[in-house]
Design a protein around this ligand. Structure first.
Ligand code: F0G
Length: 366
């Protein structure tokens, strides 16, 4: 029997697939969970909403190993940290970074400390960090306070910071842009995504620019970011002391990547806009019901933003007159199962009926 297992480039993780674009060498150990290679899903109903023969694709980053886009950067950051001899990772998080850091630390056999805003982490994400045995410290403060503490602890030594202030994280996250170009043959015309600590928008922009400079694409997209209306420091151009939103992943008032995000938006001729919590939850329900894609609220901010750009006269970027046949990619960043709490209220309303065909038929209704 032939027991040789061939190692295809795809499905092997972003370091194996894109090593020539990443800050890794022969001496870098690859700490991977097979991240990346996520589906780019053509969405007929979203395309119809935009009209003008445009094509809308959803890049479903919720299908990474820990169910968020963070894994792309984490594989690089943790591999590099291990190469440098790190024993303990540390991060501040609104949930997904901590879930990812905990998993990659476990994979590497090192420890992980996560600093979280108490009571503000979606239950699925907290479970992930617990399952992977991270040391969890909840603070009476928000994400911005947690990141400040992490920066200070990082300076004292003994910890490797794996927030997106670590350039290895951003390097890895660029691979999402590479995958999109590799799949559709060129860059899209518009790229929409949610903005929190503002690392991902800068990472995509760097990825698109890199591919264009290597003649892998003929153009670069306009980057359009969306913040939650009461947690929108970049949109309002001021620090928000007490950010609030149902989209807890992007509940951030003073993003670390502010400058880089602003540069990406300006250089790409894109924009930043806001969406309300009501619009976010409506878009989350719409995407699940009409395209079968269940995402967490922060990810639904992208779809809410797309609707705003199609429908509202107040949109920072209107899609009413975009060129015919434009290609639009919407990144959805995290899986819906991470944050079940809002939908759980509806689940609880399902009351059992007697186990008879008659009762079940009555419950199904007309
Ligand atoms: N979407 C999700 C699901 C996120 O978890 C985050 C950030 C973002 C969007 C925003 O991305 O920060 O690069 O602008 N989550 C971080 C965390 C802050 O701690 O998990 P960004």
């Amino acid at each position: 029997m032939n027991t040789t297992i061939s190692k295809p480039q795809r499905g092997r993780g972003v370091i194996a697939r894109y090593c020539q674009y990443l800050p890794v060498s022969e001496s870098t150990p690859t700490i991977s969970l097979g991240e990346g290679d996520t589906p780019l899903i053509y969405c007929p109903q979203l395309s119809e909403r935009v009209g003008r023969n445009c094509d809308v694709f959803v890049k479903n980053e919720g299908l990474n190993p820990t169910c968020s886009f963070k894994d792309r950067g984490m594989t690089v950051a943790v591999s590099k940290a291990v190469e440098r001899g790190a024993c303990t990772l540390i991060c501040a998080s609104t949930g997904n970074t901590s879930a990812s850091a905990a998993a990659y630390a476990a994979r590497a056999g090192i420890s992980c400390v996560v600093i979280l805003p108490s009571g503000k982490i979606a239950s699925g994400k907290l479970l992930q960090a617990f399952a992977c045995s991270a040391k969890i410290v909840a603070i009476d403060g928000n994400f911005d306070d947690a990141l400040q503490i992490v920066r200070e602890l990082g300076e004292r030594g003994g910890f490797s910071i794996v927030n997106s202030i670590n350039p290895d994280r951003i390097a890895g996250q660029r691979t999402a842009a590479f995958e999109i170009v590799d799949e559709i043959g060129d860059a899209p015309d518009f790229h929409l995504l949610p903005v929190g600590n503002a690392g991902n928008i800068a990472a995509y922009w760097a990825g698109y620019r890199e591919y264009q400079s290597r003649q892998k694409s003929t153009k670069i997209p306009a980057m359009i970011g969306f913040q939650a209306a009461s947690a929108a420091p970049i949109f309002y151009n001021r620090v928000i002391e007490k950010p609030e939103t149902v989209a807890s992943a992007i509940r951030i008032g003073n993003p670390a990547g502010w400058k880089q995000a602003s540069a990406a938006i300006a250089e790409s001729h894109g924009t930043i806009d806001i969406v309300s919590d009501e619009q976010i939850l409506a878009a989350q329900a719409w995407l699940a019901r009409h395209e079968g894609i269940f995402v967490e609220p922060a990810s639904a901010a992208t779809i809410a933003g797309l609707f705003k750009s199609c429908d509202s006269t107040e949109a920072a970027y209107s899609f009413k007159k975009i060129p015919e046949k434009s290609r639009i990619v919407c990144t959805v960043t995290g899986h819906g199962l991470k944050d079940p709490d809002v939908i759980m209220q509806r689940v609880r309303e399902v009351k059992p009926v007697p186990a008879t065909v008659k009762d079940v038929q009555r419950a199904i209704g007309p």
